[in-house]
Design a protein around this ligand. Sequence first.
Ligand code: S3P
Length: 170
Amino acid sequence: MNFVLCGMMGSGKTRLGKRIAELSFRNWLDTDDVIVEKYGKISEIFEKFGETYFREKETETVKILCRLDGYVFSTGGGLVLKDENVRLLKTSGKILYLRAKKETLLSRLSGDTKRPLLQGRESLEEKIDRLLKERAPVYERVADVVLDVDGKSVEENAKRALELLQGVEK
Ligand code: S3P
């Protein structure tokens, strides 16, 4: 059984994932890291080959990861939008949605220059609004458990996340 963290960019999937893994003596992997190691920087993948290509690499990564056991996976913010990825992940684990308010995301993502989906004309607030509207219902639907992360420390969130995941583990 694996634990899978999903949610918006800036919701804390990476930091919390690492801490949950430490607390539960699991290994930890981030889908973006796996892709970067094989194919190079995310921003360059988007630039040279486009988003569709990146999404194919995400699915290839999920196919490999879902054969593992005893891991915590932090996923890229768009990964669970594809049904196939969710189906595969659910064969091997439980999904936790890290739900964050727009204000939290805004403060964490302001000044980001690395994430391709945050670049471009629209203001950061408009982008977050649009992505949240599209994605929040999907995150809610695919998740086995949901944690509201706003205003709490990584430690508090990691402990609560672990309780929630262990509660649906069986
Ligand atoms: C994306 C989120 C990023 C990364 C890519 C696309 C998205 O990961 O996978 O830039 O579609 O939301 P993080 O959520 O870890 O920032």
